[in-house]
Design a protein. Structure first.
Length: 47
């Protein structure tokens, strides 16, 4: 029995997830959360 083929899994998921066609992809980096761009309190909108 072989293990998980992670490179294949990544390729397949990327294809079926629709990420490549996501309209917000071009500016998604602006919305990533890093320790240096948040304060002591964090609120997330999930709509």
């Amino acid at each position: 029995m072989s293990g998980i083929d992670y490179p294949r899994m990544y390729r397949e998921y990327k294809r079926v997830s629709g990420y490549e066609d996501w309209p917000a992809r071009k500016h998604a980096r602006e919305y990533l959360v890093f320790p240096e761009n948040i304060g002591q309190k964090l609120s997330l909108e999930t709509s």
